[in-house]
Every structure is written in structure tokens, then in C-alpha cells.
Design a protein around this ligand. Structure first.
Ligand code: ATP
Ligand code: MG
Length: 465
């Protein structure tokens, strides 16, 4: 006989630990989870039950998943819990009517544009289960505007997610980096946010009911991803293409004056609705450079420094600024006059698509007329994989002392493109040798072109990948 009396009327209750904290946390925006099987979806369900219980008919809720099949998963778990509480489900419109009059909608949202359909709606509680499946927070931020209550109900936004997905970078930047877990902090819009971590080991009910779950999880994905899921480790950039070879303290260096004998060139990844990325490179020829503190240093010939960048975004992750090719070309020439006075900048590689002629227009020609020329990047079969490997090899070369092979560094001023997006680039879960192309990979593409680029005759130099 158990010591505590069992309350037969309890249909659902939070598990001690993270779920309990989620249900009692008053912070407006909560990121919950960070690992697989940690009780996230049940946490969302419980959070809604608490909200509906507290505010009755004034509670208006909505749960989003990215796809219809994902939403079915949430719906079936609710089917196990809600009817026993007296809730009625209107399946045709995917709406739960709770006994006290609260209403909960279940929706999927697979395109950012669909977020606009909710303009004018008002919700007091909103949840995005597996928010890491959205490549950017755009739709979430847009829908956030629907959080309001004319009845004075305290509004709440709950997100759940795991590391290693397409949304790894923005989730990490938004919730993991700003503060230690369980410490509320102010977001850029002034609202309070908090990260409540929960791991598989916190989901004791699942561990007891299904002791093989962890083992099955281990065989359900590549080892690096499973490790990230189980440990809920975001800080080592779990699942990143470069997490094991990139160290900010090594690869991000203070700007220094580029020796006259080094070549400066640029690489380019085109984008309009998505960001474009111009990277300027200084390539060491082995001669010494003078660092800011006056010390002299040399690197193996062929070592690349990204010395400047122009990341064409509108300030929102993975959103471009829709500039015309001619405007970008003019901008490049202006910036070069400023950044490299008296120095020659030679053409480097660009995304091959800019050479395609469409309706008689060709981006490379448009830019060429302004005086900005590009070389074709390597697009042989397998060049993506070879390119990432070349970048990894160069990053790794920087970790040995003394360096023996050409490395890859960035000036620590290149923050919007390189430092923000390259080190945390997630791998493709189905093809771990490639990056997830739905993630913000534009600067990385531009870096990759440069790492695979072999300069033609006019500037011939021995070059190793
Ligand atoms: N408070 C609870 N009461 C009863 N069962 C629970 C509770 N929390 C979790 N569980 C059980 O654990 C299972 C897994 O939890 P849940 O689906 O919430 O985890 P998750 O973190 O969303 O998992 P995934 O990463 O696979 O989406 C649930 O289906 C349910 O059976
Ligand atoms: Mg879940």
C-alpha cells in the first residue's frame, strides 16, 4: 500500500520539477524544455489547464505546431486527458470547449504568410510546441501581437523545443544565451522571458512506464543529435556543423592592418527576400602582420581572414532586405573605398545562380555594369560537402599551435553574418554531412565558396583546401 492517499479524481497533474515550475511561473514568455521526452507537450497541456481553470470563460487559447501531422500528436494526447475533465472537442474546427467556458484552438502553421490570417484575433494564452521546427521566429512574433485580453487576464506565451533543429540558432539567441536558466530577463520588446529546462530524466512517469524509451531514442538519430537531445545542451552548439572545431576565443580576432602584400578579395551569396552575404577576405602570403597590441605574427600561407562583411538582412533572422543587384554593387564599391582605402579588391567567387539569365536579366551582368565582377563558385557534384569539410579543416587548423595548415579566422567585427550564423549552423538531420538548408546559411555559403576557390592564373598562388 502506498503511503500517500491516491486522489482518484486527479485526471492530470504536473510532475514535480520543471512541469510544476512551468505551471506556477508568472513570466509572460516561457521557453520550456530543451531536451527530448522531457514532458514538453504535456507541460503545454497542463499550462493550458491551469490558465483555463484560473480564468474560465475569459481564457482564450491557441496551440500551434508547424505541420498537421505534428498537431495530430498534440490532439491525441489531449483526447486522453480533456474529455475526462468534461471538455468537448469540435473536431471539424479543431476547437476544445472547456467546462468553465474557456476555448482552445489547435492550429498548424507551416508558412510565415499564414500568420497574417490571425490578425485581429485575441488570445490570452498561446503556445508553440516544438518551436525549433520554425526556421525563424517571424510567425511567432507576428502572432504574439494577438496576445491580449479585454478582461484583464494575464497573458502568456509558451514555447517548447529541442536543440539541433532548424530553429536552433534563434531559440538559443532568444532564450538560452541572455540569462541562466530559471532567471527571468527582459526581451528587446520590454516583455519578460525565462527559460525553464526539462530533460528526459525529469519525466519520471515516462521513464517508469517505458524504460526502453531512452534506448529507442538513442537509435532514432545520429549520435551527435541524440546527445544534444538527451543532454539538452545548447551551449556547445549541439548538432552544429562546426561545434567541435570552432572556438570564439581562437577564431574571432581583433582587427589588424592587412599587410600590403596580402591579397584582398570578396565572395558573395545572392539573396533578395532571403539575406545576401558579401564577405571580404584577406589571404595571408606568409608575411608578418602587426597586431593591435604591436606584436608581430604570421600564419601559414593561404590562411584566410574574413576582414569585413555586408550581411544584407532587415535585422530579422533569415530575412533579406530586397535590394536590387545594382544597389548592392554600388554599396560594395562605396564600402570598399571606406574600408580598404588605396587597396585593390579583386573579384572572388559568387553563387553560380547570379550568372543565370532570366527574362533577359542576369544579376552578374547588372553588377558587372557597375564595376563589381565575380568568379563562378565551384558547383561540382558533392561540392557542398567538400566545402563544409574544407571549412572544418581550416577551423581545425587554427586550433593547433603552431599552425601548420592554412586556417580560417574572422575579425571580431563581422557580427551580423559570420559570428551570428556560421558557428551555430545546424546539420541536416537526414543528411548530417550537409547543413540544414532551411537554416540561415547565407554567410556560410559565401564562406564556403571562398574556401573552395582556387584563384586563376593572374593571381596564381599555391592553394590548399
Ligand atoms: N504530467 C504528466 N502526467 C502524465 N503523464 C505524463 C506527464 N508528463 C509527461 N507524461 C508522459 O510522458 C510522455 C512524454 O511526454 P511529452 O510528450 O510531454 O514529452 P515531450 O518532451 O513533448 O516529448 P517529445 O520531445 O518526444 O515531443 C507523455 O506522452 C505522457 O505519457
Ligand atoms: Mg512533444
Amino acid at each position: 500500500m502506498s503511503e500517500e492517499p491516491v486522489n482518484q479524481s486527479v485526471i492530470w497533474q504536473p510532475q514535480p520539477g520543471p512541469q510544476e515550475m512551468l505551471l506556477t511561473c508568472p513570466v509572460e514568455e516561457i521557453f520550456f524544455g530543451g531536451a527530448r521526452g522531457g514532458g514538453k507537450t504535456d507541460g503545454v497541456i497542463g499550462s493550458w489547464l491551469g490558465h483555463a481553470g484560473r480564468h474560465g470563460a475569459h481564457a482564450r487559447g491557441i496551440v500551434f505546431r508547424r505541420s498537421m501531422s505534428e498537431l495530430d500528436e498534440v490532439q491525441s494526447r489531449m483526447m486522453e486527458v480533456f474529455p475526462a475533465l468534461g471538455a468537448r472537442y469540435k473536431a471539424a474546427i479543431r476547437v476544445w470547449e472547456m467546462p468553465g467556458g474557456a476555448v482552445l484552438r489547435l492550429r498548424f502553421l507551416d508558412s510565415d504568410e499564414d500568420a497574417t490570417k490571425y490578425q485581429g484575433h485575441a488570445y490570452s494564452w498561446m503556445a508553440f510546441d516544438e518551436a525549433g521546427n520554425w526556421p525563424t521566429p517571424k510567425a511567432i512574433d507576428q502572432l504574439r501581437a494577438c496576445l491580449r485580453s479585454v478582461h484583464g487576464v494575464p497573458i502568456q506565451l509558451i514555447l517548447t523545443g529541442n536543440p539541433g533543429g532548424v530553429g536552433h540558432n534563434w531559440l538559443k539567441a532568444r532564450y538560452i544565451d541572455p540569462a541562466t536558466p530559471m532567471t527571468p530577463f527582459q526581451g528587446p520588446d520590454g516583455s519578460m522571458r525565462v527559460f525553464i529546462p526539462s530533460r528526459l530524466e525529469d519525466n519520471r512517469l515516462l521513464m517508469e512506464k517505458d524504460s526502453q524509451y531512452a534506448n529507442r531514442l538513442k537509435s532514432s538519430g545520429p549520435a551527435w543529435l541524440v546527445r544534444a537531445w538527451l543532454e539538452g545542451d545548447w551551449n556547445t552548439v549541439a548538432g552544429g556543423m562546426f561545434d567541435d572545431v570552432y572556438r570564439p576565443s581562437v577564431h574571432e580576432v581583433e582587427p589588424f592592418e592587412i599587410p600590403r602584400s596580402w591579397i584582398i578579395d570578396r565572395s558573395f551569396d545572392w539573396g533578395s527576400s532571403k539575406p545576401f552575404s558579401v564577405c571580404w577576405w584577406a589571404e595571408s602570403d606568409g608575411t608578418e602582420a602587426t597586431l593591435k597590441d604591436g606584436t608581430k605574427k604570421s600564419w601559414p600561407r593561404g590562411t584566410l581572414f574574413q576582414v569585413a562583411e555586408w550581411y544584407g538582412w532587415n535585422g530579422q533572422p533569415n530575412e533579406g532586405c530586397r535590394m536590387l543587384a545594382v544597389e548592392i554593387a554600388r554599396g560594395i564599391l562605396e564600402k570598399e573605398k571606406d574600408i580598404f582605402p588605396g587597396r585593390k579588391v579583386v573579384p572572388g567567387p559568387a553563387d553560380n545562380s547570379i550568372f543565370d539569365a532570366e527574362n533577359g536579366m542576369c544579376i552578374a551582368d547588372d553588377m558587372g555594369r557597375i564595376g563589381v565582377h565575380w568568379e563562378r563558385s565551384n558547383k561540382s557534384p558533392g561540392s557542398r560537402r567538400t566545402g563544409w569539410e574544407a571549412m572544418r579543416k581550416r577551423f581545425k587548423a587554427c586550433l593547433t599551435s603552431p599552425m601548420e595548415e592554412p586556417g580560417l579566422f574572422t575579425f571580431n567585427t563581422c557580427r551580423s553574418g559570420f559570428i551570428r550564423t556560421v558557428p551555430t549552423l545546424p546539420r541536416d538531420q537526414h543528411n548530417p554531412e550537409d547543413v540544414n538548408t532551411a537554416s540561415e546559411d547565407h554567410c556560410a555559403d559565401s564562406v564556403r565558396y571562398r574556401c573552395l576557390y582556387v584563384r586563376a592564373v593572374a593571381f596564381s598562388q599555391p592553394f590548399r583546401l
